[in-house]
Design a protein around this ligand. Structure first.
Ligand code: DGY
Length: 420
C-alpha cells in the first residue's frame, strides 16, 4: 500500500477519541467540529465504515431540540480553546457552541451510502440519521430565512467555516467592539500569528458571540437581532446540495417532504441570481447593512457543487474558475491572488484548503471530467509533498497551520481511493 495512504489512515486514527475525531493532534482544536467531522466520516468510509457512522452519530447526538447541529461539540470540558464551553454556555446533553456550520454532512452521508451500494433495507437502518439531518435542514429554512426570501443567512463568520475571509471584511468593520471584552486567545500561541486571524477579528468574533449569548441563542430572535447577517453564495450552494441529497435519501426510506422540495426550487432560482455571468461576478448580500459583497473567493464556485439545473451557467462557472486560478502553481487559493485582500499565509485569506478542492472536484466530476481529474491529481501531489497540513501556500506549496490535520488526511484518502 502507498505509504502516504497508510499515514493518512494513521493520522485519522491517532486523532480519534471516543467515537469522534479531533481536527488535529495539536491543542489547536480540542473538540468535535461540525463540517470537519463530516469530511472525516467520509475519510473513514474508505477503510472503516463503523468509525464513519460513529463519527456521524456522535455529531448528530449534539443536535438541539429545535434541529440545529452546532458548529462545535465540547465532549470534554477542555478549557484550552477560546471560546471554550463555559464562554458559550450552551448545548443540551452535550456542551456546544450556539451557532452552526455548513451542512455538508447531508451530501457526505449520501456519498457514503451510494458508494456502499446499500440496499433499501440497509439504508433504512440509517433512517434516524437521515430524518435528523432533514430536521437540521428544516431548521435553516425556518430560522435562517424567516422571511422566506429563498436564501439562508449566516449570523457569525464562524458559521461559514471560512472565518476570516475578506468576504466579511466590510460587514465586520461595522461591528462595534464590546468595551468589556475579556478573553485570552490560545490559537496564536500554537500556530504562527502570521497564519491566524488578527486580534481585531477575534475582538469582533467574541463581541458577536457574546451578543448571541445575551439573546439566549433563541433562534426566533437571532436572525433579526444579530450584529452580523449575511447571505453567502458558498454557504447557500452547500445548503442547496444538502437539500437535494437529503431529498434523494428520503425516497429510500419511503418519505418525502414538500417543504424541502419547494425550497429547493426557490433556493436554486435565487442562488442563480447571485451570479452575473456577463461580468463573471458573484454577489453576496450583507442583510444587516443592506450592501452587497463582491470578493473573488473560491467559495463562490461552490455553486458548481450545488449541481444547478442550468448547463449554461455551469459552463460559465467553469470558465470563470479557470480564470480564477490562472498562473497559480498550486491551487485553488481561497482568495484570488490578484485581489488586494489576498494574503499568502493567513488562514482563509489566500491559502489553499483541501476541503475546497474536494468540493469543487465533486462539483466538476459530472461537468468537466478532465478538469476534475487535474484537480484530483494536483491536490494529491500537494499533500504528498507537504503532508497533512491545515492549509498550503498557492505560491510555494508550503504547508501551514496545524499539522496532522484530519480533514486533509480524510480527503486525501478520498481523492486517492476514488477516481471518478
Ligand atoms: C477556529 O477556532 O479557528 C475555528 O475555525 C472556529 O470555528
Amino acid at each position: 500500500m502507498n505509504s502516504t495512504i497508510k499515514v493518512a489512515k494513521r493520522t485519522l486514527l491517532n486523532n480519534r477519541r471516543l467515537n469522534y475525531t479531533l481536527p488535529t493532534n495539536t491543542k489547536l482544536y480540542p473538540a468535535q467540529w461540525n463540517w470537519d467531522s463530516a469530511f472525516i466520516a467520509l475519510g473513514y468510509s474508505n477503510f472503516n465504515l463503523d468509525y464513519s457512522f460513529k463519527e456521524i452519530e456522535t455529531l448528530i447526538s449534539g443536535q438541539w431540540d429545535d434541529g440545529m447541529i452546532p458548529h462545535i461539540l465540547f465532549h470534554i470540558k477542555d478549557l484550552n480553546y477560546t471560546p471554550n464551553y463555559k464562554a458559550w454556555n450552551c448545548g443540551r446533553k452535550i456542551s456546544s457552541s450556539g451557532i452552526t456550520q455548513p451542512p455538508i454532512l447531508a451530501s457526505i452521508l449520501r456519498i457514503i451510502i451510494e458508494r456502499q451500494k446499500f440496499s433499501k433495507k440497509e439504508i433504512k437502518k440509517h433512517q434516524t440519521l437521515i430524518l435528523k439531518i432533514k430536521k437540521y435542514l428544516e431548521w435553516f429554512i425556518r430560522y435562517r430565512d424567516p422571511k422566506k426570501t429563498g436564501l439562508i443567512s449566516i449570523l457569525h463568520p464562524w458559521e461559514s467555516g471560512y472565518d476570516n475571509s475578506p468576504l466579511w471584511d466590510k460587514s465586520m468593520s461595522k461591528i462595534k467592539i464590546d468595551s468589556k471584552l475579556s478573553y485570552k486567545r490560545k490559537d496564536n500561541k500554537i500556530v504562527k500569528k502570521s497564519q491566524r486571524p488578527l486580534k481585531i477579528d477575534y475582538d469582533r468574533y467574541v463581541t458577536i458571540k457574546n451578543h448571541l449569548r445575551e439573546l439566549n441563542y433563541d433562534p426566533k430572535k437571532l436572525y433579526f437581532k444579530s450584529k452580523f447577517n449575511v447571505v453567502d453564495v458558498g454557504f447557500n450552494s452547500l445548503f442547496l446540495k444538502a437539500l437535494k441529497d437529503v431529498n434523494f435519501l428520503l425516497k429510500f426510506i419511503g418519505k418525502s417532504s414538500i417543504f424541502l422540495k419547494r425550497y429547493i426550487l426557490l433556493n436554486e432560482s435565487k442562488l442563480i441570481k447571485l451570479f452575473n455571468s456577463r461580468k463573471m461576478k458573484f454577489k453576496n448580500k450583507d442583510l444587516k447593512n443592506d450592501t452587497s459583497i463582491e470578493i473573488p473567493s473560491i467559495t463562490n464556485f461552490f455553486m458548481l457543487f450545488a449541481d444547478l439545473n442550468n448547463n449554461l451557467i455551469n459552463r460559465e462557472l467553469i470558465k470563470g474558475l479557470k480564470k480564477y486560478y490562472k498562473n497559480e502553481k498550486y491551487f485553488f487559493p481561497s482568495i484570488s491572488s490578484k485581489h488586494k485582500s489576498f494574503e499568502e499565509k493567513r488562514y482563509w485569506r489566500g491559502p489553499v484548503w483541501v476541503n475546497c478542492n474536494w468540493i469543487i472536484y465533486q462539483g466538476l466530476k459530472n461537468k468537466d471530467k478532465k478538469f476534475a481529474e487535474i484537480i484530483r491529481k494536483k491536490t494529491i501531489n500537494l499533500v504528498e509533498k507537504e503532508k497533512f497540513r491545515e492549509y498550503y501556500s498557492c505560491k510555494s506549496g508550503l504547508g501551514m497551520g496545524a499539522k496532522n490535520f484530519s480533514w486533509t488526511a480524510a480527503l486525501y484518502l478520498d481523492f486517492k481511493l476514488n477516481r471518478s
